[in-house]
Design a protein around this ligand. Structure first.
Ligand SMILES: N[C@@H](CCC(=O)NCCCC(=O)O)C(=O)O
Length: 264
């Protein structure tokens, strides 16, 4: 038996008539079947109602990246620029899902948009185009960039806090002062949510990794995409392995028969 890893879907229009589909990029089931060591379970963007029935059967949740952006009304931000992609159904599913998963102590790994959702779900805010802010880098990679090696290749370094959980996960994998990561985002954390601890930063101060303080298990997020390079990057692979071990521990605990207490 392997741990069941929930992967919430985006709502995406496909085909000639733009039929709405619940969808995830193949990178995410692939990495779950790979270094995570679990079985991927796609969660439709069906809103909050059925979440409890689903989460009770899962051993972890992985929140994916996506070109769409968290709706600004969910964090009191200004309206997006015209044409900025949004996904209200994903928002209405993932924000309550994050809170419910954390309340259950489900291991949670949040990637890029998922990292931003984690911050908003816990009460934080986002900047929408950090490249337009003074002193900030351009963290985006044009989605029409034809060369995958450019789109998903290493783009900048992050500094990892030596006392962070991420540093502990990466023990033995080299120095933490300048770890190269890819970068495919326009948005970023503006106000860090209460209960989140920043663990890594880009050279311009952009928060690039967080952990949920006081979580009952593994619960962290990264702004970059380790799912794009885990086959050749030991740190990316290790992050998924640690998440997978936490999910396996959850599966074993879930499969234990309930402890009978002595009759009063
Ligand atoms: N839309 C948000 C989050 C960015 C994100 O998740 N990017 C992944 C894009 C997938 C791809 O193009 O390969 C933002 O722009 O900050």
């Amino acid at each position: 038996m392997r741990p069941l890893i929930g992967i919430p879907c985006c709502m995406k229009a496909f085909g000639a008539i733009g039929m709405p589909n619940h969808a995830v990029s193949a990178h995410y089931p692939d990495v779950v079947l790979g270094p995570v060591g679990g079985v991927p379970v796609l969660i439709p963007a069906f809103g909050e109602a059925p979440l409890a029935e689903v989460l009770d059967h899962l051993d972890g949740v992985m929140l994916t990246g996506s070109r769409s952006n968290v709706c600004p009304t969910l964090y009191g931000g200004p309206a997006h620029l015209e044409g900025t992609p949004e996904d209200a159904q994903r928002d209405s599913t993932n924000l309550p899902l994050i809170r419910a998963a954390l309340a259950r102590g489900l291991p949670l790994l949040a990637i890029c948009r998922g990292f931003q959702e984690l911050n908003v779900a816990l009460g934080g805010t986002l900047d929408q185009r950090i490249q337009d802010l003074p002193g900030r880098m351009d963290h985006s990679t044009p989605s029409d960039q034809p060369m995958s090696s450019v789109r998903t290749g290493k783009a900048h370094a992050v500094r990892v806090a030596p006392d962070s959980h991420l540093a502990a996960h990466w023990r033995g994998l080299g120095a933490l002062e300048a770890v190269a990561v890819n970068s495919l985002h326009n948005q970023g954390i503006a106000r860090l949510a209460p209960g989140l601890a920043a663990e890594a930063w880009a050279p311009d101060g952009t928060v690039e990794a967080v952990r949920v303080e006081g979580s009952r298990g593994f619960a962290c997020g990264v702004q970059w995409h380790p799912e794009y390079d885990w086959r050749e990057d030991a740190r990316s692979r290790r992050l998924f392995e640690v998440f997978g071990q936490a999910a396996e521990n959850h599966r074993r605990a879930r499969s234990q028969p309930p402890r009978l207490t002595a009759a009063a």
